[in-house]
Design a protein around this ligand. Sequence first.
Ligand code: NDP
Length: 300
Amino acid sequence: MAARIIDGKAEAARLRAAVRDEAAAFTTRHGLAPGLRVIIVGDDPASRAYVRTKTRMAAEAGIAGELIELPETSTTVELLSRIERLNDDPATHGILVQLPLPAHMDAEAVLRAIDPGKDVDGFHPLNVGRLFSAGRSLPEDLLVPCTPWGCLHLLRTTLGSDGLAGCHAVVIGRSNIVGKPMAALLLGADCTVTVAHSRTRDLPELCRRADILVAAIGRAEMVRGDWIKPGAVVIDVGINRVATGDGGSRLVGDVAFAEAIRVADAITPVPGGVGPVTVACLLRNTLIAAQASTRRTGSP
Ligand code: NDP
């Protein structure tokens, strides 16, 4: 029987609707909408399209989203001073700097400069530390990296909230953006977690022992059907553009989807799986940041 397809688009729409309701309540209560500022440096067309989607979705959810476009030639100092001003601006609850930054910029210094309470990407070392030291339940004001949070959310909707406990989860990829925070979240959900990377020995064999397989590699269709344990749940984070025969291109994940659906119990498609939930989580984080800021300042 073919695997269940995990519908990330539908789940993201549900998450955005919940954010919209809470954002409206926040705005009524505080006379100010939750505010998100997205900074992009340079003119990479794919990144620009992606940040425009983020601000459009924010507006649809009742979040005041503003796109700040800086030229490729901007310096780290210029970007840091922009961030400082946003840190001090009470109408800005969330700040996101679209990565990757141009090579001449100090990305680490930039991420460290964002007020941890406004760090809606969850990449500030303080938020990373809080995530890794959290137990089974995450603090309600914690800003968690959006992609792994989205993956966990899809796993919970697929397996039920208690369905992850005791599962062997294999995460392929150890980036700070996806792999490592994913591993922390799965540990918090009582999975037994193995993190694999480019130096892992016999990756197919390791994957065949996974009840939950998360692929965050960036290599088109690398995970084959015979790497997957029958009945496993597969979360495909990868987004890879590959050429089609007719001179065009299409997006594929890190998992060979047509093979995997014959073996897995459930799988996310690419596109339409993890991606939409990632954007919904960004809106959710902005709301969390806004709510936490009013608690800090003691506003009603
Ligand atoms: P990185 O390039 O930062 O990390 C890739 C990881 O994959 C590394 O840990 C690397 O290992 C590992 N890897 C590479 N080749 C192999 C291999 N042959 N065998 C085993 N492991 C390997 O990528 P990201 O984590 O940023 O992103 C991963 C993918 O997810 C990309 O396709 C990206 O586009 C996508 N993505 C999707 C998002 C979404 O919203 N859906 C959001 C973010 C990313 P090592 O550390 O040893 O180099």
